[in-house]
Design a binder for this molecule. Sequence first.
Ligand code: PAF
Length: 292
Amino acid sequence: MEGTTPVIARTREELAAARSRVSGTLALVPTMGALHEGHRSLIRRAREIADTVAVSVFVNPLQFGPDEDFDRYPRTFAGDLAACAEEGAGLVFAPSRAVMYPAEPQVTIRSGPMGEVVEGAARPGHFDGMLTVVMKLFQLVRPDAAVFGEKDAQQLAMIRRMVADLDVPVRVVGAPTVREPDGLALSSRNRYLSELERETALALSQALRAGGDAAAAGSAPSAVVRAARAVLDKAAHAAPPLDLDYLVLVDPTTFTEIDDAHTGPAVLAVAGRVGATHLIDNLPMRFGPSEI
Ligand code: PAF
């Protein structure tokens, strides 16, 4: 573990001063804090691709719906800073809401059709708010690269699309989902779960594994979805129950659903609520002849 305290920038001026002192390449890891092993793996990936790593810690109000958990979202800055220091981040940008949004933004990023399907259909406006803050972070931090978790597969696809469509000069890098030994994908929201809720939540990764096993055995997309759905159907009757938002098998670049004629990469994506906690997970897979 590194243990060197990163420079902390809370204002635009402090960030600009810290940024001007960075020599070589800079990779940004945007986060909403409550850092866990998944975030640490993103910082480690960022260190592999750049000379200096910046981590942003900002719970972005724009990407939460009115009935979502913005107020209770975990804020653990002291622990986040310790994690950044241990992983060797050089800079932590932790702006307040007033620094990030000095005025209510009128011009924002529209996520387009991909932002209205799957997770975007379950959380209207979420991807517009997410892309807007990511674009602002890119403008403020001016990184050469940015690292995002593949657990938020649709978010990652949308950021790649924004960068391509708007010619944003940032290399976007994905890093694999980190899981607990029993399969639960790491998420800052896992800390909301009671022991029983956590048991039910395991159905998400178990469903993905059932789908992944079916795909590996050569099943068609529709059979893969059926295999995963069987696991989720059981969890719908558990105590507490899983309230499924969606289970879809999609093209990883457009997030449109695929059919049995599909060949090439796909993502099996699932989301649901256990108690008041919204959880998502996904598994990449491939159909048709394997790549040489
Ligand atoms: O994945 C997250 O934590 C957030 O959506 C992000 C990318 C930091 C934007 O607020």
